[in-house]
Design a protein. Sequence first.
Length: 249
Amino acid sequence: MPLTDLIRYFNSSDLAGESTLYGEGEGAAAWHGGRHLRSLFQPIINLDSGQVVGHHAFLAATEEDGTLLRAEEAYAACQSAESIVHFDRLCRTLHALNFLSQRRKTGGYLQLSIHPRHLLAIPSKHGLVFEAVLKRCGLAPDDLVLELASGRILDDRRLADAVHNYRQRGYRIAIAGTDQHPELFVPEIIKQALHEPSAPERPAEASIHLDGIASVADLALARKKGAHLVQGPLFGEAQAACVSTHSPR
């Protein structure tokens, strides 16, 4: 389905609420709560092949006057459980549309963060609504990696429930951070900042994804730590355009 038709569909559906998606260049942007929302993508590199294998999506938010906002500031404006679920789903829909618009030229998978407050607000059937969104976009669950943050907001049980529900729908899971115990969830990917202490227990079958690689020295440290996947300024800042998976980095 053409991007313009997808945008029209989402704007006329119950998912839109008070938000509006609109075309911008070859991609999409959104208007929500007096703010403009756009997608940025940072490449993820497989250290064995040296190639781009996917992209992590980030939210770029600006006020009406052009003032930049941190993504967490935009999320903090959502006061209720309903508003955080709507906003988080809107952002992921926006990223999926912008990834889709470039997919023929780029390839690879899309890595999306799920906000912890979203997981708290959804007691069960995680991913049910978003799966319908993806189908409209022509994307399948195995085209994505869903990144779930460990930490103080979610306890082991809530995080385990979310992992179970998403995995039943075919999504690959990345657990970010070291505050929880990844061996309880057996994620496909464990994501950590380069200088973050390693988790005490790491499933042998999980790929290690290290973020914040800014120099050749950082890259050497990532290899020493056993990283399989890396991300950071050394390979490119987050930007609107994805990097082709066909070109070695």
